[in-house]
Design a protein around this ligand. Structure first.
Ligand SMILES: [Zn+2]
Length: 99
């Protein structure tokens, strides 16, 4: 049981599948592995498990490339993050990220 033939994920599980998935997770299966086993995305696994399993997303502070991307999406200007992004880009173009 994996992705459907057209490559998309099956979005819904039967109640039995959902229960079996919860048992697998309780037995220590990773969310990603469970998703593959039942043919659903990892976010669907989290939805089935409920919010208590959802990892909290902590926004990166200003001065990181992640924060720069966040500002960019929101259309905000932030000089601290712009500088961090510029440094990140320079590092990348200098080839330091390619180990
Ligand atoms: Zn910022």
């Amino acid at each position: 049981m994996a992705a459907t033939p057209d490559g998309r994920f099956q979005k819904r599980l039967t109640t039995q599948q959902a229960v079996a998935l919860q048992v697998d997770i309780a037995n220590g299966m990773s969310k990603a592995a469970a998703g593959r086993k039942y043919g659903v995305s990892e976010s669907t696994v989290y939805r089935i498990l409920g919010d208590k399993y959802k990892p909290k997303r902590v926004p990166q502070p200003c001065g990181t490339n992640a924060a720069y991307q966040r500002h960019r999406v929101k259309g905000e200007q932030c000089h601290v993050c712009s500088a961090a992004h510029a440094a990140n880009q320079k590092e990348w173009s200098d080839g330091k990220k390619r180990a």
